[in-house]
Design a protein around this ligand. Structure first.
Ligand code: GDG
Length: 476
């Protein structure tokens, strides 16, 4: 089904990671489990329905396993050596492109050996995609680790239709121009027929760059390259609303939310942050704002408590280790100055939690703090809104997230300005409940009408592939 005689696939997803995690069973046997997450559950029915394949890395260095099937998807692992993990993934992807595309929140490192590894690995992914694709197939490439793949793939397979989606921001031209080999990166993206971004600004930055760096003449949302048309548009990504609904309807999750509130001090208002421990997420500024509110006497440890979940991430990169130290120092400072025995002002959790526990936290919170310095979208903000079927709770949201364009009923703040974060928190804490309910209602309508399935169908529709109908998803 969906495969031609040569074994090619009509639809191929290409992403740095395969949608599986390796788990060890009680019998000591290794097996693969589909990874959780909205992107995987949105794409799985489309891939399955079309007899499609997913090309990506398993997450472990060394030889790659043979292709295998999971949930109706053919997975085609791409190998990465330990050195390539260092240079392509942690180096060029996460220590060069990631900080530069996030407005230089941290200084990017430029290294020739990283660039070389990035190019070699991108070529390997492009070859794997070319091998997987049937004649005239559609290939959907994802994210900043694979910016060169569209052009490399087009060279190998001019017959296929290529979509690319960037999950992180696309920087202003002046920043992009700082990248060594910037021209190749732009040319890489221009190999696609459709380049999708999280927001309109990113798409504009990209189109402007095609003029300034490649001398092209973009018009509206498209640009002609070598007699082809490349469309660049915003497709704001979203969440699996049905999954959140299922969890919030679960009595065990609701009970857990009540329990969390009691344990944290029933009468205290709960402020919540949930982020990967990443310097783009503005965790330090948020903690500083909270500290200053306590120091100014605007809030008191008797009345409020902050829970900050900081999921471990990219721990081998120095800047992430340093961030962790700074965050933990700030937590210690605030606890030391304002804590009481048995009553801490901050609960800092450097751990990863299950989905049910996260949703219980969303349900328990009075104020959700989402204050990145720059973020492509931010799914946590949308998950919080989706979880609040009670129409209670306030969202303090950074203007520098993609989500702010859609969730403008949040308490929007300039996350670079601690005073403005303080203002946002106080406004949220002191807001009239009716005002909060009206804001939450609007935000919920927005998220429910634009979930992850909508996003996938929208992108694939513009690319010329109808997305999976909702029935396909239920049958999955
Ligand atoms: C990139 C872009 C864009 C967090 N802690 C735990 C956990 N999470 C889940 C959240 C949410 C996801 O991880 C994080 O998504 P974000 O969008 O907030 O951030 P990034 O990881 O930076 O994602 C971003 C996104 O791609 C999609 O395009 O929005 O801008 O940077 O779903 O709930 N999940 C579990 N345990 C945890 O401890 N299970």
């Amino acid at each position: 089904m969906g495969e031609d005689a040569g074994g090619g696939h009509e639809f191929v997803v290409v992403a740095n990671r395969l949608p599986v995690d390796e788990v060890t069973g009680e019998d000591g046997q290794h097996r693969w489990e589909r990874s959780p997450g909205g992107l995987v559950s949105a794409l799985q029915p489309v891939v399955r329905q079309r007899g499609g394949a997913w090309v990506g890395w398993t997450g472990s260095a060394g030889e790659a396993p043979e292709p295998f099937d999971i949930d109706g998807m053919r997975l085609r692992p791409v190998p990465l050596s330990a050195e390539e993990v260092d240079q392509y993934y942690e180096g060029q992807s996460n220590a060069t492109i990631w900080p530069l595309f996030h407005d230089l929140v941290e200084q990017p490192t430029h290294r020739r050996d990283w660039r070389r590894a990035y190019e070699a690995v991108n070529r390997r992914f492009a070859r794997a995609a070319a091998d997987a694709a049937a004649p005239d197939a559609t290939v959907w490439v994802h994210d900043y680790q694979l910016l060169l793949v569209p052009a490399m793939l087009r060279e190998l397979r001019p017959d296929v239709r290529i979509g690319f989606f960037l999950h992180i921001p696309f920087p202003p031209v002046e920043l992009f121009m700082q990248l060594p080999r910037r021209r190749e990166l732009l040319t890489g993206l221009l190999g696609a027929d459709l380049v999708g971004f999280q927001g309109a600004l990113a798409a504009q930055n990209f189109l402007r760059l095609t003029r300034l760096l490649a001398g092209l003449e973009p018009k509206d949302d498209r640009v002609e390259v070598d007699g082809r048309t490349v469309v660049a548009r915003a497709f704001p990504i979203s969440i699996d609303v049905a999954e959140v609904d299922q969890l919030t309807a679960d009595p065990a999750v609701q009970e857990r939310a009540r329990q969390l509130r009691t344990e944290l001090g029933g009468d205290r208002r709960l402020l919540l942050g949930v982020d990967r421990l990443d310097y783009t997420k503005g965790i330090e500024q948020r903690l500083e704002a909270y500290h200053d509110l306590l120091a100014d006497g605007e809030i008191s440890n008797d009345d409020v408590v902050l829970v900050q979940v900081a999921t471990p991430s990219r721990q081998r990169i120095t800047q992430y280790q340093q961030l962790r130290e700074r965050v933990e120092r700030e937590v210690g400072r605030t606890t030391g100055e304002f804590g009481d025995v048995g009553r801490a002002p901050v609960h800092y959790l450097f751990q990863s939690f299950g989905r049910a526990e996260l949703v219980a936290l969303y349900l328990a919170a009075d104020v959700m703090l989402v204050t990145p310095l720059r973020d492509g979208m931010n799914l946590v903000a949308k998950e919080f809104v989706a979880a609040r079927r009670d129409e209670q709770g306030a969202l303090v949201l950074s203007e520098f997230t993609g989500a702010a364009a859609e969730l403008d009923d949040a308490f929007l703040v300039n996350a670079h300005d601690t005073d403005d974060i303080k203002r946002g928190i106080l406004e949220a804490l002191n807001a009239d409940p009716q005002d909060l309910a009206a804001r939450m209602r609007h935000m919920r309508e927005q998220v429910r009408a634009h979930d992850i399935d909508y996003w996938a169908r929208d992108f694939l529709g513009v690319l010329g592939v109808p997305g999976a109908p909702p029935e396909a998803r239920e049958a999955a």
